[in-house]
Design a protein around this ligand. Structure first.
Ligand code: 5GP
Length: 195
């Protein structure tokens, strides 16, 4: 096998409205060795939450640092989300893909639109809630945010749902384990055709 030329890894984008449970689904399959996944650590200007580790969950940066990185063309995509900036550093994504790893981004929909424009063969997966009523329940359940922010997130989610047709795959997160199993099958299928 020494002479085998290693194929560049896939670029997988997991997206969907806020509150749909992208992170929960991702946790279910990220450590599956067969999938050879590497998580792309985003850059963000939002405050570090308790339990989050700089460089593992996010690269926490100042607004100035973020703007500089964007200006220098260091980001594959960048978006504003509820008052904070988020972006994907290109260099890490490329390094990992060149090592044959399948790089996975967990990002919101504006960012996914930008990735799709730059990386035509990106494997885009949209996670949907079983219903909008269930999404509302999840958003209300995990946040202690004021009503107007909840309403803002719900309105944003409804607009984001309209972009469903832009994605290669749509997976319903009714049950996170089941959604993760479906995504495993999708990734494995694409790994085969990537050889
Ligand atoms: P949170 O602040 O809850 O960690 O993330 C808020 C939203 O930003 C989530 O929908 C998450 O998927 C998204 N997000 C995280 N990193 C990035 C990124 O690098 N780019 C974009 N466009 N969205 C991101």
């Amino acid at each position: 096998m020494e002479d085998t030329i290693m194929a560049k890894g896939l670029l997988i984008v997991l997206s969907g409205p806020s509150g749909v449970g992208k992170g929960t689904v991702l946790k279910e399959f990220i450590h599956d060795k067969d999938l050879k996944l590497a998580y792309s650590v985003s850059m963000t200007t939002r405050k570090q939450r308790p339990g989050e580790v700089d460089g593992i969950n996010y690269h926490f940066v100042t607004k100035e640092e973020f703007e500089q990185a964007k200006k220098n063309g260091e980001l594959l995509e960048a978006a504003e989300f509820v008052g904070n900036y988020y972006g994907t550093p290109i260099s890490e994504v490329e390094r990992l893909r060149n090592e044959g790893k399948n790089v996975i981004l967990e990002i919101e929909v504006q960012g996914c639109t930008q990735v799709r424009e730059k990386v035509k063969d990106a494997l885009t997966i949209f996670i949907v809630p079983p219903s909008m009523a269930e999404l509302e329940k999840r958003i209300r359940g995990r946040n202690t945010e004021p009503e107007e922010i909840v309403q803002e997130r719900l309105a944003k989610a409804a607009r984001e749902m309209e972009l469903i047709g832009m994605y290669k795959y749509v997976v319903c997160n009714d049950d996170a384990k089941l959604a993760a199993d479906i995504i495993r099958v999708i990734i494995k299928r694409h790994m085969k055709s990537n050889i």
